[in-house]
Design a protein around this ligand. Sequence first.
Ligand code: C2O
Ligand code: CU
Ligand code: CU
Length: 532
Amino acid sequence: MMELSRREALQWALVGGGTLLFPWTIAKPAFAQFSPQIPRFELPFKTPPVLNPVRSDRDTDYYEITLEKASVEILPGLTTEIWGYNGITPGPTIRQRGGTQSSGGKESVVRFINKLGMDAQGEEILTTTHLHGMASLPQYDGYAEDYIPYNFFKDYFYPNDRAATLWYHDHALDFTARNVYMGLAGMYIVEDEYELDLPLPKGEYDLPLILQDKQFAVDGSLIVDDNNQKSIYGDVMLVNGVPWPRLSVERRKYRFRILNASASRNYHLVLSRYQEAQSLGDEIIVIGSDGGLLGSPVFLKAPFQPLRVAMAERYEIIIDFSEYPLGSQVYLRNIGFTGTIDVDTRSHTLMRFDVVKNASDDPELPSVLRPVQPIDIPANVTYRKFRFERNNGQWKINNKTWSKERVDANPQPGDVEVWDLVNPGSGWVHPIHIHLIDMQMLWRNGLPPRPYERGWKDVFHLGEFETVRVVGRFGRRDESEFGEFIKGKFMMHCHNLVHEDHSMMTQFEVGEGGDDPITGDPAKPIEEMRPI
Ligand code: C2O
Ligand code: CU
Ligand code: CU
């Protein structure tokens, strides 16, 4: 019996009347079945296409994205229905010149058109688009109940006030997990003059790594199983939508923008020269996090210093392939599984880099990136505490579920506040995302944050029995040209999308009298659409 491949095991199991017979499936019932098995590290690495604006004027770029279903080939030889931005998943990448207008920065308007139609239950698929990491006005922040119905569209305005790796994704109330898992996620990169002037890898050496796990039925369709409203996991690892890809690289530095766009999976990333085991000393250099560049590079050595990437976190890394001889194969592996159920060791290796070519040039990595000024904490600072826990079968914050009528914190514009995010229990981790502002982590259980967590962040990994203390200022990070404070209601939630949906989400309101997130600028029917 130990000799059976999984597929044979599955067939045997089905012979037994559809009941899964083997102890390993009983001990760990995370998957009712395994996805069709495919060879790993054979499909070529791809990046989502970069979207061109449909129009540009002096200070704004205008884009258009249609949400639609599509049948695509993800597993070779099978077709999968996805819900995609422009029919692809991940959606197209927007690479936007931002920063202050005096240094060439531009705002953007992105029109999202909902052509998704109906779901399998015959219900209309509602969507709302959140640009995660952008300080948008409430009516452009993808508020969970600010829907774009089927055959409606909405134009979202983005200030692009600072350089960072962001992402746009669906945020519809109760359905975010399904909608993102079906494909509604894409990367949005803001660059500014300061960052473009740094000698960091650019162009073909600056690549997204969007990490996701998905589960497929034998016919190739996606299985959406949230394990009784707990978590969605898959056994196929996708990088930029490709299962276990292989990328040919030159012997030089590359910049990778890592985004964890999985519904429920955390990653602990290392490099290894072995496919299924760990080699020693391989280095990942972290240069940026959610809110842009770190103050200086952070060097992590395998296997004892993995880079932890929780759901929705972004980390920008440098891998220096000149450390490897020509012909080397280097694997990106996931070696930690806190809060993740896993039965398939094939999912522990994500992709392979093949070192195939010497490089003609290779910039020196700067030792100073973008200084991160610690936020000044006034003596009379407002302090708040939020407990994230499960009780009576629901995910809650301070024992409450979501209500758009309730506001759980009301900082005034410009206020600094210290928040404790508390996970009092075990069995679950919660990456907590705060909309609108970038915050700084002060400590985790009284100990200093990991070095790569000491930048600007909007997601904080909250492990078992952990309290994370964060500080934030409810205004612009750079007020030199973006003077106005944003007021209004913004969400905070766990970014395990299943927890968020059921219903570990709340909201805070900055000041009073901000624009209403739902009535401020509602979606309009497609018949009213004029060229953007
Ligand atoms: Cu990335 Cu409120 O979400
Ligand atoms: Cu967000
Ligand atoms: Cu959670």
